[in-house]
Design a protein. Structure first.
Length: 429
């Protein structure tokens, strides 16, 4: 089943603005609420949202084996369970329907009115029900930076780091979609020089620039996924801001790793960009030295060139860019992460989400967290309005964007953008 959607020469009859993340070659998947308050699975071309539930009811997926209600759902989990062959058939068909030379929907005003929406007529929802969330720690630069700060230069990388794609089990109940405001968390911290902790609002709320992949049902209990088959079980990728409270983290993380410092919120971009759409942007993975154990050795190009950036926008203020990075810097690739995750027989299900870990590059302006950008607050960043930031302040909006670009086409992720609110205040009884 070849992919025909990526043909860079294809034009569409839907208007696509210059530099749009969503040309007809992208065809991502998401879930939205329509102007009629109906929840549906959809895609997007340019600034037009497309109701796949309505397209299916009107017969546009004829000949593809799909259940009648596959797109009339509040999550993509069942569609993702249908597997790679079906994803590709559906994506190819969408590309065909919106091809500039295909009159079927283009010239059917009544159907267009049912299927197409302006972006201001819809509200994006969580694209999947995330059953399990795992967060890796796969950027060598990030691990080295954080290790240097917490343990000194000589012990920056733990002895296991170059052998294992290190990760931990996160919490799926607090994964939210772009646009959802997030409260500053409270918790225990240990003030400098003190031997006993205090309780209160975190003073060091941070973002983590990450990407995350969404899996399909991959394996049964006991069954590992070989590294060179792993990509068959990855549906697609989103942007992830893995919000973190550094002061809470520092006090709690020994010996079992992060807990409440990380699970108060993780936010994702609403459109899942498929692995097929990313195919033209494969690049070599950073050289791995020492050679990993055989179950982590892979063939071919397993990294992806996705340009990433982070803006901070103060309340009523102007956006300031604070970071430019790239998904390709990640040391352990997604295939290795999934092979490692399942090598002990741990099952992975449809809708599971795996975070990359903070994606830092080698230069100061490519670090993927405030912790690194300001080096624990020692070098505050200047905002355009003249104010300074060591960490994220109440009222700040953190926006992450990402896109791939070659000479033919730009495939983007849109954005994940969330505002930090003050600590939650209980309603007065
Ligand atoms: Ca993280």
């Amino acid at each position: 089943m070849p992919d025909t959607t990526n043909n860079p020469a294809r034009k569409t009859w839907i208007p696509v603005p210059d530099h749009s993340d969503f040309p007809v070659q992208n065809i991502p998947f998401g879930v939205f609420l329509t102007r009629d308050d109906v929840i549906t699975i959809g895609t997007r071309i340019g600034d037009t949202a497309i109701d796949l539930g309505a397209m299916h009811q009107l017969g546009y997926f004829e000949g593809i084996p799909l259940t009648d209600d596959i797109f009339l759902q509040d999550s993509l989990n069942d569609f993702i369970s249908d597997g790679k062959k079906t994803w590709r058939l559906v994506r190819n068909r969408i590309g065909d329907v919106f091809d500039a030379d295909n009159p079927k929907l283009r010239d059917n005003k009544e159907h267009r009115h049912i299927i197409l929406f302006d972006l201001d007529e819809i509200e994006m929802q969580m694209p999947v029900f995330v059953g399990d969330y795992t967060d890796f720690y796969s950027s060598k630069e990030h691990a080295t930076n954080v290790g240097t700060m917490f343990r000194g230069k000589e012990n920056a990388l733990m002895p296991n780091w170059l052998h294992i794609p290190v990760g931990y089990h996160g919490r799926s109940s607090s994964i939210v979609v772009s646009g959802t405001p997030i409260h500053r968390p409270q918790g225990q911290t240990l003030p400098a020089g003190s031997e006993t902790p205090v309780f209160g609002p975190s003073k060091l709320v941070d973002f983590e620039l990450e990407m995350a992949f969404i899996t399909t049902d991959a394996n049964n209990l006991g069954e590992p996924i070989p590294v060179d088959e792993a990509e068959d079980y990855i549906f697609g990728v989103v942007l992830l801001n893995d919000w973190s409270a550094r002061d809470i983290q520092k006090w709690e993380y020994v010996p079992l790793g992060p807990f409440l410092a990380k699970n108060f919120a993780s936010s994702i971009s609403p459109w899942i960009v498929t692995m097929d759409a990313l195919e033209p942007f494969r690049v070599e993975t950073p050289k791995q030295e020492p050679t990993p154990l055989p179950y982590l050795q892979f063939n071919g190009k397993k990294s992806y060139d996705v340009k990433l950036e982070v803006d901070i926008t103060p309340e009523n203020g102007e956006a300031t860019n604070v970071c430019k990075s790239n998904f390709k810097y990640m040391y352990w690739n997604m295939s290795q992460q999934l092979a490692h995750h399942t090598v002990n027989g741990c099952p992975v299900n449809s809708g599971d989400m795996m975070g990359s870990g903070t994606l830092s590059g080698t230069t100061q302006d490519s670090f993927g967290s405030m912790l690194e950008l300001t080096w624990r607050g020692e070098n505050p960043l200047k905002m355009k309005d003249g104010s300074e930031r060591k960490f994220i302040q109440d009222g700040d909006t953190v926006t992450m964007k990402g896109y791939c670009q070659n000479e033919n086409v730009r495939i983007g992720f849109g954005e994940v953008s969330n505002k930090l609110l003050p600590v939650f205040e209980p309603k007065k009884k």
